[in-house]
Design a protein around this ligand. Structure first.
Ligand code: BGC
Length: 439
């Protein structure tokens, strides 16, 4: 228990302890930022309208080309829905996301993806293009890239229309057929894919949530509340909104968060994502552990060994939790032998546990803000369906149980909102296909 007290004291001193997270206050800030973003006022949340209305009448037996450009992989497939509404993937190809293996220019980027798409052309004139980067969507459902993230380095695409860029490239390469591209964020695809998973269940509303390399949330908003879309004022119905929640700027950050952020390629931006998502967890934890070692929480042997580590992946943290005595895991190898090593390991465990606790509180605040904004999910027999995706959500060993705890104690018991977290198969591809089939 002594290790737990020491890590608690240390984390409180650096403002990274769970107690520094007032879930109700953060939820209120989230709500305020959401409202400002929807009205087009200054806000850390972009609240991007997608021009997509959720639908359940999915066209059957009609093929659609699906592109999924994620942080690591680039996937292309042909999909259709059979007469029972079940998605059928006909062909599927997996590539590395262009720009992940060193910087490339826009021409190379579009040429590469056009090349990946070419074998599929002619199978459908409709393309659903899932693009997991902050992108402003236009009424014709093409999108203007705000910026690349997740270490993807492509010069010259920011500020340009991604779908149009691809169409122009296909044309320049000799393809003359008419194509229609619907560009959408991965959280939007997740939400739509999730809707297709349980067509007969009664849900009050839907949320798409991702906690992977990055984090983000999409939900169904009343069109009338989208104050920034002046042309749609007074219209009825709902539209999916991509919050770009990873950029939320009102969560309290500690000294180590600030130090870590200063060393990233985009300091001051996407600070919420940097506190919780898989792409940053390893780096943040390394900074935390170094500080703890310099303050004597970890042994001298650990301190000298950890100084030599230049990079830590979030995956290695989970490996440590599974095999703390392993002789191949980066963190376990830094621990001393014997009693001193036992202390090192326990300190590492409690530090990770606290980071997961903080992440769970922040995610619960994020989801609660959406439910409060829409007022949906008050009836436990008709909960909000939250389709969750992302390696960090499913693989982080300590996170999920804690999230369920805050959903129960805060969302259910304190606020009286109910949700169900669901996992679908291939929700990104399925949701992208649904969007691509839209007229
Ligand atoms: C991007 C979002 C994306 C999220 C999850 C973030 O880094 O800005 O657009 O939805 O990652 O992939």
């Amino acid at each position: 228990m002594e290790e737990r007290h020491t890590t608690d004291r240390f984390l409180k001193k650096y403002g990274i302890h769970r107690e520094s997270i007032d879930i109700e206050e953060i939820c209120r800030h989230f709500l305020e930022e959401m409202e400002r973003g929807l009205e087009g006022r200054e806000s850390s949340l972009k609240m991007i309208p997608t021009y997509i209305t959720p639908r359940t009448d999915i066209p059957v037996e009609e093929p659609v080309l699906v592109i999924d450009a994620g942080g690591t992989n680039f996937r292309v497939a042909v999909l259709h829905f059979d007469r029972d509404g079940k998605p059928v993937t006909k062909d599927f190809k997996l590539y590395a996301m262009p720009g992940t293996g060193g910087a490339i220019n826009a021409k190379r980027f579009f040429d590469t993806i056009a090349g990946y798409l070419e074998p599929f052309l002619g199978r459908s004139r409709k393309i659903g293009f899932c693009f997991s980067y902050p992108t402003e969507i236009l009424p014709n459902r093409d999108g203007r890239l705000v910026r690349f993230c997740k270490e993807v380095q492509v010069e010259g695409v920011e500020g340009t229309l991604v779908g149009q860029g691809l169409l122009n490239t296909l044309k320049a390469r000799g393809y003359s057929g008419e194509m229609k591209i619907v560009l959408l964020n991965d959280t939007v695809a997740t939400l739509l894919g999730g809707m297709a998973v349980y067509p007969t269940r009664n849900f009050d509303s839907y949320i798409g949530f991702i906690l992977g390399t990055g984090t983000n949330t999409c939900y169904m908003e009343n069109i009338g509340d989208l104050g920034k879309l002046k042309g749609l004022a007074g219209e009825q119905g709902t539209m999916l909104v991509n919050m770009e929640a990873g950029a939320f700027g009102k969560a309290p950050r500690g000294e180590i968060d600030l130090e870590f952020d200063a060393g990233t390629i985009n300091p001051g931006e996407y600070v919420f994502e940097k506190m919780i998502s898989g792409g940053y967890q390893g780096g943040l934890f390394l900074a935390l552990v170094r500080k703890a070692a310099s303050e004597g929480l970890l042994g001298e042997k650990f301190r000298t060994r950890v100084e030599r580590i230049t990079r830590l992946e979030s995956r290695e943290m989970d490996e440590f939790l599974l095999h703390p005595y392993s002789d191949t895991n980066t963190l376990a190898r830094c621990c001393a032998a014997g009693q001193e090593g036992d202390t090192d390991r326990q300190v590492l465990y409690f530090l990770m546990d606290e980071m997961a606790e903080r992440a769970a509180k922040l995610v619960a605040a994020n989801l609660a803000a959406v439910m409060r904004k829409t007022g949906k999910g008050k009836n436990p027999c008709k909960p909000v369906c939250i389709t969750a995706e992302g390696s960090t959500f499913y693989k982080s060993r300590l996170f999920r149980g804690k999230l369920d705890f805050y959903i129960k104690t805060y969302l259910n018991e304190q606020l009286g909102f109910y949700c169900e977290l669901v996992k679908g198969e291939n929700t990104t591809l399925v949701g992208t296909a649904i969007a691509g089939l839209m007229d």
